[in-house]
Design a protein around this ligand. Structure first.
Ligand code: PLP
Length: 404
């Protein structure tokens, strides 16, 4: 019998089940006390003033752009080496995505190339902590600082609280990662996390944004604006509205609808309890097994996961096979599948998708992105993956690679 090893199933224990059942029995299932509790615990975990929970990282990214009034006529810099969500939100608000290539041998955006892309229209940058490996935040901040004479904030908006383009991190992969001994979530101006089913910490669907106060702009004001934007601009949330005699509300702005429910939040609360003690250590063990197994093969380039300044979140294990092209990469994936191993490719660069080629973007302008993509394979990583299976995956991969 051959094995069947999935790519990234969720790790749901009795703790998650009990917490969800508790919510179901509580009489309150949408945004309420559990969501607020999860927000506080996330802020605490990330050592940041505030966290807001939403129904996805995508919503977090889009609402961050909207509360800063970034839109028509503005440019937002990001990386082509990401999932479409990162760039789609820029289009949703009517701004122009300006893609900047990644480094030569790293999956993350190249700070020196950001410098060249900054114009007087640049309002924000969305870097991506690919695979949970933090971008070079200090280098990015230096580049933005050096070009701050170009920054022209729109009057009457919160853009005025910044003196350089705003950093909205897509840290969908990076919950728990650290940069220079600080938790991701406390470093960028706004940090967006994903709790989608395949992510390190899951609420099935969900996400959070973390932030501190800025000059003339408190984290409480930002939090309130997130509440308005995520619930139709309604002055009171559903729970406060149900208090006897408290039925009245106003619609302050034509907002959106992307709040988190207490059912989702209860999953998150249980996952967070297990995160540092169980979920992360298990993922780290898988990374170590892969490293020990695969480092013997000179055809493979392995991802970093701990350095002097960074600790990743062990989200994705992206290997690269030297000197192969897309076709051979895809053949290796088929051979792994025949051995019962599901892998993935992270990511098909955004600019290769028809939605973006139609807008005139072209992968030829991003040679580093293409070179990394064409020989990349992401191996299964999840907390329930057994050490034996991780070894089997490593050994099978080596065998297949030695045949080509
Ligand atoms: C998963 C993912 C997102 C989107 O997260 P959702 O919570 O599904 O909206 C955004 N960016 C990256 C890099 C992702 O992998």
């Amino acid at each position: 019998m051959i094995k069947t090893i999935p790519f990234s199933p969720p790790d749901i224990s009795q703790l998650e089940i009990d917490e969800v059942v508790d919510t179901l029995k509580s009489g309150w299932i949408t945004t309420g006390p559990k969501t607020k509790k999860l927000e506080n615990e996330i802020a605490n975990y990330c050592q940041v003033e505030k966290a807001v929970c939403l129904n996805s990282a995508t919503a977090g990214l889009e609402l961050s752009l909207r509360l800063l009034d970034i839109g028509e006529g503005d440019e937002v810099i990001t990386t082509p080496y990401t999932y479409a969500a990162t760039a789609n939100v820029i289009l949703h608000v009517g701004a122009k995505p300006v893609f900047v290539d990644i480094k030569k041998d790293e999956f993350n955006i190249d700070p020196t190339k950001i410098s060249e892309a900054i114009t007087s229209k640049t309002k924000a940058i969305i870097p991506v902590d690919f695979a949970g490996w933090p971008v070079d935040y200090d280098e990015i901040k230096d580049v933005l600082e050096n070009k701050k004479h170009l920054y022209s904030p729109k009057s009457g908006t919160w853009q005025k609280s910044f003196d350089r383009p705003i950093i909205i991190a897509d840290s969908a992969h990076a919950f728990g990662a650290t940069y220079k001994n600080k938790k991701i979530g406390s470093i960028a101006d706004f940090t967006c996390f994903s709790f989608h089913a395949v992510k390190n910490l899951t609420t099935a669907e969900g996400g959070a944004v973390t932030f501190n106060s800025f000059p003339n702009l408190t984290s409480d004001e930002i939090y309130k604006k997130f509440m308005l934007l995520s619930l139709h601009g309604q002055s009171k949330d559903a729970l406060s509205k149900t208090q006897a005699g408290s039925w009245q509300y106003t619609i302050e702005i034509p907002g959106f609808k992307c709040n988190m429910t207490d059912i989702m939040a209860s999953l998150g609360l249980a996952q967070l309890k297990r995160y540092e003690t169980e979920l992360i250590p298990k993922r780290k063990t898988i990374f170590e097994i892969y490293k020990n197994e695969l480092k013997k093969n000179p055809k493979l380039i392995l991802p970093p996961f701990v350095s002097e300044t960074k600790t990743g979140s062990f989200h994705i294990y992206p290997i690269r096979i030297i000197n192969i092209k897309e076709k051979e990469r895809n053949e290796i994936i088929q051979k792994l599948a025949k051995n019962g191993i599901s892998v993935n490719v992270h990511f098909i660069p955004v600019v290769m998708h028809p939605a973006y080629t139609k807008l005139g973007y072209n992968i030829n302008n991003f040679p580093n992105t293409y070179n990394m993509y064409q020989n990349e394979i992401s191996l299964p990583v999840y907390s329930k993956l057994s050490e034996d299976d991780a070894l089997y995956i490593g050994k099978t991969l080596i065998k297949i690679i030695d045949q080509i």
